[in-house]
Structures are given as structure tokens and as C-alpha cells.
Design a protein. Sequence first.
Length: 300
Amino acid sequence: MLALLLPFLVLAAAQSTANSTASTVDLEGVEANFAQAQLVPELLATFSPSGLLDADFGNGSISVGVALTQDDVASSPTLTVVPASNATAFAAGDLYTIIMTDANPVGTDESTTAQTRHWLVNSASLDTAAAPYAVNWTGSTSITEYAGPGPASGSGAHRYALLVYVQPSTFAAPANLSTADTALGTWFLSEYVADAGLGDLLAATYFTVENGVATVSVESTTAVDSSTLAGYASTTVTSTTGTYTNAATSGASATSGASGASASSAAASASSSSSSTSDARRLSAGLGVAGAAALVALVL
């Protein structure tokens, strides 16, 4: 087993630090996950990312759609933007608005049910000297300081979207959200974006948090099948976490991300039907340096 895994673990460790731009399949995967989770078009009318948003709550970068606990996300994350290789949307001196909003459980009518604003920062910037770009808070205004998720008990898995919007020179904060230290509260994200005159949504990710066992009926979603993505047509796939054989050409099925209650079972089913070699490739691609080292230590 170790002999099978080691080449791919070394490859993942090397490439997870070497890649500084996002591939087409990376971006398509995020788009597909947002659609599967019904964040598009319910919360966001459209979403065509110019980069990946990397969020680290202290235990490594999270996967898009991952289920976390309240303790996991009690403190604000470190944010980094991994630009697309052909991205032109990021420039030195540009300003951005950073948002985290609770979009409630899957199936919520976002046009009639308000979201909860957990984080709102205006005039953040990016360190664009070299990719990936760390979010720089110097000179920014924290309208609403980060407030960790606290969904109601039994209400199901809530989707928390982290968003990076272009903040153009014509940006004008609405009067009720223009001063620092405004408490957590409800809003309609689409109204804020329009009223403030925000520009494009450049990068985003999301995670879920659930408090207890759901006592209400919540719609389920499925994991994204990577083989359905347009960028997955070649025999190899390059992503920010590694380069590996296209599962569609190696006889395996692949999933990307996890959305909702049935995502983990779908991903598990896909994994169990794969060959050992393909499993190792996908495993190594998602581990990164720390995960690879940990797995080698465990096997040894």
C-alpha cells in the first residue's frame, strides 16, 4: 500500500506548493458546487470566478462545501486568492469587499428569507506581488466583525458563503452599513450588492455548519461529478492540489466537493468503485503537504 501511495504523495506535496494559479477545472468545480448547493441562482444570480478563494480556519485550507463544526469556524479565517492563469481582474491598488453570509439550508427561498450577515469588510486589498494573493486588511473597515456561525438547533445544515467582490471607485456603502462595529444582523445580500454598487464577484467558497440533528425536512444535494466538467476532457487534470490522471479515462468516477446531506455518501460510493491506483491519485491530489506527511507517518 505504501509503495503504491508514495509516488503520488510526493507529487501532491511538491505540486500543492508549486501551483500559484487556478486551472479551468478548478474554477469549473467551484461553479458546479455552488450550483449543486443551490447558491446559484438562489443567492447569487450568476457566478463566474476569476480565481479560487482559499479559506484557512487554522487547520488547513477547507474544501468547497465541506461540513464543519461551530468550533472549527469560531474564529475568522486567513483568506488567500489563487488567480486563474489568464486572470486580469486583480491589480495592485484595487479594493475589495469581503463578505460571509449565512444562506440558510438548501431549499430556502433567498428572495423572501433574509440571510444573516456574519462578516463584512470594506476596502480590503490583495498582496498581488506574487500569486497566490493574500488578503491584506491594512486600511480596511470592518463594518461587521467576524461572528462565527450559530445556526438554530435542528434547523439543518446552513450554507455559509465567503465572497470577494470588486469594490470600484464608485462604491458607496448604504447608510445603515457604513460604520465600523455594526452588529451581526440580517440582510438581503443582493440588495446590499446593488445598493453599494459592488462590482464582480471574483472568488468565493462555502462551507456548512449544522447544530444538532435536523428536525425539519431539508433538501439534499449530491457531490459534483468531475467527469461532467468541460475542463475534464483531457487525459490529465491539473489543479492547485496536483496533476493526476483523468478518472474518466482510467475507469474511475470522481467527485469534487461536498454539498448537503447526501454528498458524503455519493463521494464514498464513487470512491469505493474506483481502482486502487486511481484512489491513490485522487487521495494524494487532495492531501497537500501536511496531509501527505501525516498519511506517510500513519502507514509507517
